[in-house]
Structures are given as C-alpha cells and as structure tokens.
Design a protein around this ligand. Sequence first.
Ligand code: GDP
Ligand code: NAG
Ligand code: NAG
Ligand code: MG
Length: 394
Amino acid sequence: MAIARPIRVLGLVAVGLWVFFLYQVFGPAKIPKGPGDTLANMERDPNLDLTGEPEGELWRADKGYGLGAEGTNRINATLLSLVRNEELEGMLQAMNDLERTWNSKFNYPWTFFNDVPFTEEFKKKTREATKAECFYELIPKEHWDVPSWIDEEIFQESAKILKENDIQYGSMKSYHQMCRWNSGLFYKHPALEHTQFYWRVEPKVHFFCDVDYDVFRYMQDFNKTYGFTINLYDAPQSIPTLWPETTKFMAQHPEYLHENHAMQWLTDSARRPEHNMKANGYSTCHFWSNFEIADMSFWRSQAYEDYFNHLDRAGGFFYERWGDAPVHSIALGLFEDSSKIHWFRDIGYQHIPYFNCPNSPKCKGCMTGRFTDGESWLMKEDCRPNWFKYVGMG
Ligand SMILES: Nc1nc2c(ncn2[C@@H]2O[C@H](COP(=O)(O)OP(=O)(O)O)[C@@H](O)[C@H]2O)c(=O)[nH]1
Ligand SMILES: *[C@@H]1O[C@H](CO)[C@@H](O)[C@H](O)[C@H]1NC(C)=O
Ligand SMILES: *[C@@H]1O[C@H](CO)[C@@H](O)[C@H](O)[C@H]1NC(C)=O
Ligand SMILES: [Mg+2]
C-alpha cells in the first residue's frame, strides 16, 4: 500500500521526536559532576578547597563597632542599594542575609537610592531590618534622565535589534538608565561626597557565610580598589562597539594604561573565540557588579571620568545595552593595578542564577563549589578560570 509522501515525512518526524525524547529522559546526565569538570584551565574549582579568611591583620568586631559614636573603628564606607519601592520584599531578604552574616557586627550605614521618592513603608521596613543608620536618597534628574544627545528614534530602532538578539531588557529604557547611572554617576551623588568605600547590594541576593572581619577596613589596609565574587562572560550582542570605543579611547590616552593591567583577561580569545569575535576583540569577561565592594576614588579618577564621558558620548548605553559590569571591568582591567583587585572567595553569594559558595564551616545554605543552579549550559559563562590564569587568586 502506497503511503503519501507527506505522511511518510510526518511519520519520520514523529519517530525522530520520540527518540529525542527518550534520549532526553534516559540519556547521559547533563549535570556536570563538579564545577571543575567543565572548566578548561581550571582543573578544580578553588571553592572546593577549604577557605578561610584572607591573610594578614584583620579588624574584629570586639570593640569600636558599636552604634553611633562608639563606632570609632568604622571607616568611611556604606552599604549601597539602588532599588525600587516595589522591590521592598527582596530588599529586606537581602538585608536580612547581610545583616545576619556581617553587618550586625560592624553596623555600617545603608544608603538607598531611587529615581522616585521612597515610600514611608519602604523606609520603615528597611529601618527595622538593621540597627545601623539608613539614608534614603533621590537621584538628581540630571543623573537619571536620558542625555540630550541620545536620539529617541535611534533608541527605538536599536531596541528592536536588541530584542531580535534576545538581549534581556534591551527595550526597557529604565534598564539602560540604571546601567548608565551605575557606570558613571552613582558616586557623584552629593550624599556620597564624604564616602570612600561602598558595598553594592541588590534586592533578592543571598549571603551564606559568616564574615567576622571588617571588609571595608580590609580593602583600605591592603590597598584594594575593587572586590568581586563572580566573574562572567557577557552577551556579546549587548556590547558590539564597547571594545572598539575603548580602543579609540586608549589611542587618545595611552598614558592611562596601568603597567600591571589585566589586558590578557580582557582580550582572551582562546576559551570562547566566538565571544571575542562578536564583541570585536573583547573577551566579554567581567566582574559581576551586582556584588561589588570598591573604593570610589577609582571611579572619581581623571582616567575613569574621561573614559566614562567618552563612552557616554558614544551612545552605547542606549543604542546598545552596555552594562555597568563590563564598563567597570574594562576600566579596572586597563587603568588599575590588577593586584588591587580582590576575589572575596570567603563571601558566599548568590544573585540568580550564579553562586560563589566556598568550602567553609562558616557557610550555610549553599552547595559548596556550585556555580549555578540553572541549566548546565550556564557553566560555560564562568570566566574565573581566565582571571585566575592571567591574574591570580589574590
Ligand atoms: N530605583 C530604581 N532602581 C532600579 C531601576 N531599574 C533597576 N533598578 C535596580 O538596579 C539593580 C539592577 O536591576 P535588576 O532588575 O536586578 O537587573 P538584573 O540584576 O540585571 O536582572 C537592582 O538593584 C534594581 O533594584 C529603576 O528604574 N529604578
Ligand atoms: C571620606 O572620604 C571622602 C572621599 O574620599 C573624603 O572627602 C572625606 O574627607 C573622608 N572622610 C573622612 C572622615 O575620612
Ligand atoms: C599600601 O600602600 C601604602 C602606601 O602606598 C604602603 O605604605 C603599604 O605598605 C601598602 N600596604 C600593603 C599591605 O600593600
Ligand atoms: Mg538583579
């Protein structure tokens, strides 16, 4: 009996799908055995090794960290959050984690920023989540508004392209404003004029490990400019001209390149050649800036000021979707002594979908050495192997 061709094709497709289904269910497990399994250049995830505190003299909470005037050992620093009123629950959760593991011992103030006024409820509930002082700051219009040289029509056209490329939040204008503010404006807020260090905290993040020393003081005493926990690849389609603009800038300002730069980390093409190609020469490796503990003197330097202004004029915060993470990271990798960038391996941290989870009795609630609890293909987004290879674990 002759079977019509379209029916035969359909039959074959059905069989194919069935086989695919069986393979999905019974095929080899896709979950990597451990983080080290899938990482070239990183034989074993260092988070599997027992982790203690950084070496050297650390400041403890036994004295000088009481509230108000008793806190004579606290340095010039704040916890810092840009957050929306609607994110109150997530903010409280993040605060509770950080207060429990660290800040209830050291009582650093919290400074909250918003592009609209905070509600009384937001202020009341966040104040209840800490013994420390809380400040609520409105972002000046001229820091948040889309700059005059950005063309609305080009922005709308670009947003379509970003959407076609599956770039998350590509068409959400406020997301672009947020990235620009976090890149080059937050540290210019008058409320931070007399503050040097900050620890950035986003709603919904988690902290897992007890930290028993003053991390700000650690930054200051050990001459650290920037501390990170997670180091990732970025989506190249969100930043096609970021590196070309950077190269142009560096041609005008070769004097800004630090002799102990991290250029190899920024330009590596060995591990993910297609990322480097699509980002026109940038590896896309960056510190994941939803966590950052840093010295604002770096952002306030002439080199960074000039770099940010160059990028801002180039328009990529709106016509592409440049994030503050790659912008901060490129600047650090070029202008800063890379030995001043510190991996806070002892701070257990999660922002969906990635973790930093050390092997330490001080940690609870995360799985040691786990990098992600998302799909296993996310494993390849880990750029720590390159950071460790080119710069180290300091
Ligand atoms: N006040 C305010 N905060 C924002 C806005 N957009 C983003 N944020 C904050 O900026 C940070 C990053 O935004 P988020 O939505 O978490 O982006 P993601 O982490 O990249 O998914 C979070 O702390 C948000 O609360 C905004 O329009 N207004
Ligand atoms: C804190 O740091 C800021 C910015 O670097 C500086 O202007 C201010 O004088 C410092 N304040 C104290 C008390 O050290
Ligand atoms: C930090 O820098 C200061 C001033 O340059 C220097 O005296 C000190 O030894 C440095 N400390 C460390 C731990 O590198
Ligand atoms: Mg977030």
